[in-house]
Design a protein around this ligand. Structure first.
Ligand SMILES: [Fe+2]
Length: 418
């Protein structure tokens, strides 16, 4: 959960979640007395492992299979074992070491307990344990129902916390951060069913072939995310260096990335694409590292020779960014970010839909920032004039749909000035 402000509303919300979670925890332990000690110890240790080896996602939250582990223990041993297994997974050593604020622990504990608790209650009231056929369609259906209830509660409660903390629309927050996980969840439920079926059939050693590989896969994913984070930090440093090289465009790349993200959100691109686009946008002018300072900082208008030199930067940038493993498939957006819809751009003069979507987004975001920034040879346009310019060039320089989205964004953000 991202913590930007700790408003009283957020604190009340967090304490409410924690107390509700705790009440459900006590209720389940009192109502369902059967506890499997082996199940609790084994699945508890696995859930603890999974949570401690969890992977932070590009935006918010994390990927951890501890819900699936608790859920498998619910099917196998019942609600009390499952809620105790969940309680084990709450102790995240990394977060204690990092001294994460206590209310974050309370929130995580509360929402975990609510999610698995509610899933347990639904499961116990629908699933028929007397049916011997494990793959009885109704029972399988109830497994999916309970697991999805757990998933929705978990993600909705977290989205609400982020929306309060960042003052953003709750539904949008949920869609942006979690909707894409719905099909992935389907895969995890099928895995959980397989884990429990094999456990029932052949006993606890099957976990070595089912849950352990899942936790190891999750760990490998986390290492990849970490590696990526290190790389992204280096990218940010490089962007700062480029910006510092050309004082007139200071902050340009960062702003282009912000506009590109807003456009991508309006286009409802998935989280992974948004993440890639932000990085590509941050690096779109990286090719300028090769341009001579005397040209970059030239106070007057560029002559033909200067333009020749400037026009090389998309290709230079592309050559650099295509070497970054996770960006190489989208690096052509940098190559084509000065192409125009009517084919009059550079370096290739491609037109229309031959220009990749990311490049079309970059072109509009880049142009809007250039229009509204002061440069040595021109003063910034007002929002109103920038809109006029976007309209005028729509279908010529810019993709019609993308420029319309950019105009909508400007109008939404500056209603009084447009
Ligand atoms: Fe550029």
């Amino acid at each position: 959960m991202v913590e930007k402000n700790s408003s009283p509303v957020l604190k009340i919300y967090i304490y409410f979640i924690f107390i509700t979670g705790l009440s459900i925890f006590v209720y389940i332990l009192l109502k369902y007395r059967d506890i499997s000690l082996i199940g609790m110890a084994l699945f508890g240790a696995l859930a603890f492992m999974a949570d401690n080896l969890s992977s932070p996602l590009p935006r918010t939250g994390s990927v951890a299979v501890n819900f699936e582990i608790s859920f498998a223990s619910l099917i196998l041993f019942g609600p009390s074992t499952a809620i105790l297994v969940t309680a084990f997974s709450i102790f995240n050593i990394k977060e204690f070491v990092k001294k994460v604020p206590h209310y974050k622990h309370l929130f995580n504990a509360g929402q975990y307990l609510i999610s698995i608790g509610a899933a347990s209650i639904v499961f116990e009231n629908t699933y028929n344990r007397a049916v011997l056929n494990f793959f009885n369609p109704a029972n399988i259906g109830f497994i999916f129902l309970a697991a999805y209830i757990g998933f929705f509660l978990n993600t909705l409660l977290t989205a609400e916390a982020i929306s309060i903390s960042e003052n953003k629309n709750f539904i949008n927050m949920w869609i942006y951060n979690y909707a894409w996980l719905i099909p992935f969840k389907l895969f995890l439920i099928v895995m959980t069913i397989a884990v429990t079926f094999l456990y029932k059939l052949y006993g606890l050693f099957t976990i070595i072939f089912t849950l352990l590989p899942l936790i190891i896969a999750q760990y490998a994913y986390m290492l990849r995310v970490k590696e990526r984070k290190t790389l992204l930090n280096s990218i940010k440093q490089i962007v700062k260096i480029i910006d510092a090289k050309d004082p007139y465009t200071a902050g340009h790349s960062v702003r282009v990335a912000e506009y590109a993200e807003k456009i991508a959100r309006k286009l409802r691109l998935n989280e992974f694409d948004v993440d890639i686009l932000i990085n590509i946008a941050n690096l779109h002018d990286i090719g300028k590292v090769q341009i001579d300072l005397s040209i970059l900082n030239k106070p007057g208008k560029y002559d033909d020779a200067d333009w020749m030199e400037m026009k090389k930067h998309p290709e230079v940038g592309y050559e650099i960014v295509k070497e970054i493993v996770f960006l190489k498939n989208s690096a052509n957006a940098i190559l084509y970010h000065h192409e125009k819809i009517d084919g009059s751009g550079y370096p290739s003069g491609i037109e229309g839909d031959k220009i990749p979507l990311f490049a079309k987004i970059l072109t509009v975001a880049d142009a809007y920032d250039a229009m509204t920034s002061n440069r040595p040879y021109k003063t910034a346009l007002t929002q109103k004039k920038a809109i006029k310019e976007l309209e005028r060039c729509s279908g010529k320089d810019f993709d019609k749909k993308i420029s319309k989205i950019m105009i909508d964004i400007i109008k939404e953000e500056n209603p009084s000035e447009c």
